[in-house]
Design a protein. Structure first.
Length: 221
């Protein structure tokens, strides 16, 4: 298992070509029809990459930062989901904005401890995360702060086999959905405590109540 956590201070030097979102069948507006189509997608295999937000997708969104590992609580079903998703996707990467570090409200050691705990629990239940990228920047225009694509580009540097046109971005906020659009990926919204009302937003391809429900629809498990 690979683990990468970093905050990037300079724009990446490598320029990537982003593929347009060409899967027009995935953009139908009826949520039930979209989710039915997603369940039957035949081309999700080990050549695909899954990008996951952390808070509100893997762990409970509290309305505040997660400062310590004992405040980190897995959302019900997320560990089971990660185990099954690991059997399907070639790469699973967590990309998360962590401005609390930049504000000085928590330390990098705190963040690392949280991520080590998360990875240990995921591994213990048969799942995997191949890499974690985070941005602590206070600057919304920083290339690594979502929705900017810097962290996804860093993941592609680490795993050159990643094809953004064969990727899914799962998150709970508009910034996650915009990141997906910026790299030409399919987007999946998991509404959480602080999610905007994005039901009909053009950047949202699919919406599920939880990572478990997404996994159940995608894999039929």
């Amino acid at each position: 298992m690979f683990f990468q956590s970093m905050t990037i201070l300079e724009p990446p030097s490598k320029s990537l070509i982003f593929f347009p979102h060409t899967k027009t069948l995935l953009l139908i507006s009826n949520p039930i029809a979209k989710n039915t189509y997603l369940k039957n997608l035949p081309f999700i295999d080990s050549s695909w990459t899954l990008f996951l937000d952390r808070d509100g997708v893997i762990n409970t969104e509290t309305g505040d930062y997660i400062y310590k590992r004992d405040e980190f609580e897995f959302i019900s079903g997320s560990l089971i989901a990660l185990r099954h998703l690991g059997e399907k996707f070639g790469r699973i990467v967590v990309i998360t904005n962590q401005r609390g570090v930049g504000k000085g409200w928590m330390t990098l050691d705190d963040l690392h401890n949280i991520h080590e705990y998360m990875l240990d629990e995921i591994k213990a239940t048969g799942g995997r995360i191949d890499a974690i990228f985070y941005s602590t920047s206070m600057d919304d225009d920083h290339p690594d702060r979502k929705p900017n694509p810097g962290m996804a580009k860093r993941a592609n540097d680490m795993f050159p086999e990643i094809d953004f046109s064969k990727s899914i971005v799962v998150g709970d906020k508009l910034g996650d959905m915009q990141l997906g659009r910026n790299i030409g990926a399919i987007t999946v919204l998991i509404p959480s405590l602080h999610s905007e009302n994005l039901d009909d937003h053009s950047d949202v391809d699919f919406m599920f109540r939880s990572l478990f429900d997404f996994t159940d629809a995608l894999l039929g498990k």
